[in-house]
Design a binder for this molecule. Structure first.
Ligand SMILES: [Zn+2]
Length: 324
């Protein structure tokens, strides 16, 4: 099947360049539209899952809720899960497919023409056709960023699997950037498959040779693990989140260990600059943590696409073949 698809790439690359890019950008915009759904819904899906898990756990162990209650409050609070009460009605399913795309303000179900990436936003002039409430421009920005990344991957890696993989990586990085920035979460359901995908893609050396990818995954996790516990002993706080460890491991799997030095330097420097700017402009409180995931993800993308110009002594596998 892979050979069949490879000859499809050969046929596709015979098309005029403008037409190729038109297809590639359109594909990127459609994926971008899906990313907006993931960014919008996945955090809520995770929270509901955790709440259901906790409720399930406490239902099986009614004394557990008493154990976590503050002292002296034992008799005041009623039991949270009273078996004489009827169970709550099952919530309607909420996932990436259900309910269908709708306006958050009025519930209006989007018709097909209202759901076209970018074009619908322009046609609707950024407002819901039913209630006229403005649609957040972030949907448009995510779709445009995804279209741009698809074109960039095609230009950088040429017609073939590395371009598809490179864009896949960038699309996931885009989703993680938005989710972590807004919620402080780096969901395992994204970071762990990203790690496995990096190892699988480098089975046949693409962005790194396999041994460098395996070492990169372990070194990425191990290094930030040390940073995490170092912070814990030194300051008694979590300096970084567990999600950052898994994301850095995934970056190691994609880029190989040699790309991680640049990623770490770039992400730390840009993170510090952005953090200081946000403090200076009062957009962040001093005790508020700044998510590190966006800086890791963006530095990972820069390294995958551009190699290691900021750390040339550690080049990536096959770098130098710029522009496909
Ligand atoms: Zn509406």
């Amino acid at each position: 099947m892979l050979t069949g698809l490879s000859s499809l790439f050969d046929g596709f690359s015979l098309l005029p360049s403008a037409l190729q890019y038109a297809f590639v950008v359109a594909f990127g915009l459609v994926i971008g539209s899906f990313i907006t759904v993931v960014v919008h819904r996945l955090p809520t899906m995770l929270e509901r899952g955790w709440e259901a898990g906790v409720a399930e756990y406490l239902k099986d162990r009614p004394d557990a809720s008493a154990a976590t209650r503050p002292k002296g409050a034992e008799s005041e609070e009623p039991r949270q899960f009273d078996e004489s009460q009827p169970p709550p009605p099952p919530a309607s399913p909420y996932n990436l497919m259900h309910p269908g795309s709708h306006c958050d303000a009025c519930g209006h179900r989007l018709r097909a023409w209202e759901n076209i990436p970018v074009l619908s936003y322009v046609l609707l002039r950024g407002r819901c056709s039913q209630c006229d409430v403005p649609i957040s421009p972030r949907y448009l920005l995510i779709e445009l960023a995804s279209g741009l990344l698809a074109a960039l991957a095609w230009w950088r890696f040429g017609a073939g699997w590395p371009a598809v993989a490179g864009f896949g990586f960038a699309a996931v990085a885009l989703a993680l950037t938005c989710i972590d920035w807004e919620t402080g979460l780096l969901p395992d359901v994204i970071t762990l498959p990203l790690l496995w995908a990096g190892l699988l893609i480098n089975l046949s050396p693409t962005f790194a040779i396999l041994s460098d990818a395996v070492i990169g995954a372990a070194a990425g996790y191990g290094f930030l693990w040390c940073v995490y516990w170092g912070f814990w002993w030194w300051r008694g706080v979590e300096g970084i989140g567990h999600g950052d460890l898994k994301l850095f491991a995934a970056l190691g799997a994609w880029l190989g260990w040699s790309g991680l030095v640049q990623v770490l330097v770039l992400s730390s420097v840009t993170g510090a600059i952005v953090g200081l700017l946000m403090l200076a402009t009062r957009r962040m409180r001093r005790d508020e943590p700044l998510p590190f995931g966006p800086f890791l993800a963006i530095a990972g993308c820069i390294t995958l696409f551009a190699g290691t110009p900021f750390w040339p002594s550690l080049p990536l596998y096959g770098s130098g073949a710029f522009g496909g």
